[in-house]
Write a protein that binds this ligand. Structure first.
Ligand SMILES: [Ca+2]
Ligand SMILES: [Ca+2]
Ligand SMILES: [Ca+2]
Length: 166
C-alpha cells in the first residue's frame, strides 16, 4: 500500500474524472456539419466504437476543461491514459486487463475496441498500438474534420448522464 500509494492516488484521481470535474461541458450548440460532402465517411460502427473508447478518457485528455480535445494534446496525457488501462504497468494491455473496466452492458463494445486496438492480433495492446488507436479514435470521432473533438462529437453528455444514473 505504501509503495504504490502515489500510483493508486493517480488512478483514483483518473477514476474520479482526471484532472478536472467532468461535468463542465460547454452548453453552446455546435451547428451540425453537412454529412453530404463526405465520400470517405467511416462505417458507423467504427465511429460508434471510437466514441465509446473516448468517452471515459475525454476528461483526462481535456485537462484544460475546454470541452474539446485536440490530437496535439494526446502526448501530454498519454501515459496517464495508458496506465489507466495497463493496470499492472507491464507496458502491455491484455484483454482481461482491458475488460476489467467493463460493465456487463458495455462488455461487447469494449471487446470490439480491444480487437480494433490489437492491430497485429497477438492478444495484447502495446504502447504503440494504444497510441495509434487514440489518434485514430479522435479522427473518427471528429465528425466535421476540424481537428478538434468536441464534447458534442464525443456524445459526452449522454455518457455522463448514463454513468451518474442512480
Ligand atoms: Ca498490463
Ligand atoms: Ca498487439
Ligand atoms: Ca470536430
Amino acid at each position: 500500500m505504501k509503495i504504490t500509494a502515489g500510483f493508486t492516488m493517480m488512478v483514483a484521481a483518473l477514476a474520479l474524472g482526471g484532472c478536472s470535474p467532468a461535468a463542465q461541458v460547454p452548453a453552446q450548440a455546435q451547428p451540425q456539419a453537412s454529412s453530404a460532402q463526405d465520400d470517405s465517411a467511416p462505417l458507423p460502427d467504427q465511429r460508434a466504437s471510437a466514441v465509446h473508447f473516448l468517452q471515459p478518457v475525454f476528461s483526462v485528455l481535456d485537462c484544460e476543461k475546454k470541452g474539446e480535445v485536440e490530437a496535439g494534446e494526446v502526448d501530454n496525457h498519454f501515459f496517464e491514459l495508458y496506465f489507466f488501462a495497463d493496470r499492472d504497468q507491464s507496458r502491455s494491455i491484455s484483454q482481461a486487463e482491458f475488460l476489467a473496466h467493463s460493465s456487463a452492458e458495455s462488455r461487447d463494445k469494449d471487446l470490439y475496441v480491444f480487437q480494433q486496438m490489437d492491430t497485429n492480433r497477438n492478444g495484447t495492446v502495446s504502447v504503440m498500438e494504444y497510441r495509434q488507436h487514440v489518434f485514430r479514435a479522435l479522427e473518427l470521432a471528429d465528425t466535421d474534420a476540424d481537428g478538434v473533438v468536441t464534447a458534442e462529437e464525443a456524445e459526452l453528455a449522454a455518457f455522463l448522464r448514463a454513468r451518474s444514473r442512480p
